[in-house]
Design a protein around this ligand. Structure first.
Ligand code: PLP
Length: 469
């Protein structure tokens, strides 16, 4: 007979398949195989409804930075929900938690920022950024300056506009995207983009040259902004070569093109500094944040706006009337309270510094474990963000047949070894981005579990005659 717990689990699995339309999921496979139902978490550990435990090497989707089960954040959410669960921020209405958070975000910002526009997700915050760039240029009498440049492999969201900014074909196919105002330039991805033996300086010059050629080909009078993740996340954990942002910034300044830093993953400590902007010496005009600002306990995002952009927008609003943009949940007090509690926790426990230290250990262990593996093309990353990329041949690097889904198989095998990792969408990389609270022993355990999964899959590929070893 089925136990009560097993009965509940099978009920849930059945109901999931019947009713739940999952994001970023192979829908046919899901109909056949059903979900993995997560029931709880503590620190870096997650439990499922079948009694399995996992190390969450991805902090959810690069976001549960303070770790699971933090009573301080839960209490702040509870208290705010009792005191004032909601009030909107349209037409000058305000609430204390959002005011305090806006001030704190401006004060924390590594480059001078002036105002904070709140949203609910990284996607909508980047969508807001596009509209701010357009409004800014309309207000300056430059209505043609509307094109936005992103990079191949960049990830900026899934809305109509931001799915197009995202430089991953999987988000365009089937939707007829990107929208026509979007362009892409080369990703700073040494493994696939640099010439063999090319110096960092040579690679940077090539990337800056590609950007400049694109702007000139489009006409600088039509290009409004470039959006960049300090370190690319979903596109492969790609760390640009030294000097990259200085070179890019020079090109942008030359043609009066704004820079939007998408700090949705990097922000709030992931790289061992509070912002990626700081870690990589960037000078953005607009900064997007989400994920780590609340450690994802509740959704919150924001678009941070520099004084230069703000002044033009105010002038535009003086002319046009009410600034015609905002969400029902912009400045949600519960989300703001969660963010304030999360940021206080990160500060009190020194979690940014800890992310840097655990990151250094993680990279050391990933390199020791994987760098010499005959199917590993690159072990890379920065701070507590890493990836291992698998290749069919190392020199020159050659991809596995995408149909083999090597990284996907490794991520699936990892579940059997009690590890949640993620196969990134382009090429065959698996990613590591655990909560900052991970201990040294847990870092070692995470890498060891990944090694077991990798060994299992390559033994299978060898037995299938798909890999010679
Ligand atoms: N920007 C970056 C860098 C991201 O990694 C993501 C999500 O992973 C987004 C934007 C989109 O955020 P959301 O999924 O909250 O819309």
């Amino acid at each position: 007979m089925e136990s009560a717990a097993a009965g509940l689990a099978s009920d849930l699995h059945r109901a999931d398949r019947n009713y739940f339309f999952h994001p970023f999921t192979a829908l046919g496979d899901h109909e056949r195989n059903g979900p993995l139902v997560i029931t709880g978490g503590k620190g870096v550990w997650l439990d499922d409804d079948r009694g399995n435990r996992y190390i969450d090497s991805m902090a959810g989707l690069w976001c549960v930075n303070a770790g699971y089960g933090r009573p301080e954040i839960a209490a702040a959410i509870h208290e705010q929900a009792l005191k004032l669960p909601y009030y909107h921020a349209f037409a000058s209405m305000s609430n204390e938690a959002s005011i305090r958070l806006a001030q704190q975000l401006v004060e924390m910002s590594p480059v001078p920022m002036s105002k904070v526009f709140f949203g609910n997700s990284g996607s909508d915050a980047n969508d807001t950024q596009i509209k701010l760039v357009w409004y800014y240029n309309e207000a300056r009498g430059l209505p043609a300056k509307k094109k936005i440049i992103a990079r191949d492999r960049g990830y900026h969201g899934v809305t109509l506009a931001t799915a197009g900014l995202t430089g991953l074909k999987g988000l365009h196919n089937g939707f007829g995207l990107p929208l026509p105002f979007i362009r892409h330039t080369t990703a700073p991805h040494r493994l696939w983009q640099a010439e063999p033996g090319q110096s960092d300086a040579g690679f940077v010059a090539r990337l800056a040259g590609d950007l400049e050629r694109l702007i000139l080909a489009e006409g600088p009078e039509t290009v409004g902004a470039m959006i960049v993740e300090p370190v690319m996340g979903a596109g492969g954990v790609i760390v640009p070569p030294p000097g990259y942002y200085d070179a890019i910034q020079k090109v942008l300044d030359k043609y009066d093109v704004l820079m939007i830093a998408d700090e949705v993953i990097c922000g709030f400590g992931r790289l061992g500094k509070t912002f990626g902007t700081e870690a990589l010496g960037m000078k953005p005009d607009l900064v997007t944040i989400a994920k780590g600002v609340t450690s994802a306990y509740v959704p919150l995002s924001a678009s941070l706006v520099s004084e230069k952009v703000w002044r033009a927008i105010v002038a535009g609003s003086d002319r046009l009337g009410v600034f015609g943009h905002g969400f029902t949940y912009s400045g949600h007090p519960v989300a703001a309270a969660a963010a304030l509690a999360n940021l206080a926790l990160i500060e009190k426990e020194g979690l940014v510094e800890q992310a840097g230290k655990r990151g250094a250990l993680m990279h050391q262990l990933l390199r020791e474990t994987f760098a010499d593996h005959p199917a590993v093309g690159e072990v890379r990353g920065m701070g507590l963000m890493g990836a291992v990329e698998f290749v069919a041949r190392r020199d020159p690097a050659q991809r596995f047949d995408p149909a083999l889904k090597v990284a996907g198989r490794i991520a699936r095998a990892a579940l059997g070894h009690g590890l949640i990792t993620r196969a990134l969408p382009e090429g065959d990389s698996i990613a590591f981005s655990p909560p900052f609270v991970i201990s040294e022993a847990e870092v070692a355990e995470m890498v060891e579990r990944a090694r077991r999964a990798v060994d299992q899959v390559f033994a299978e590929l060898k037995a299938e005659g798909q890999w010679k070893g």
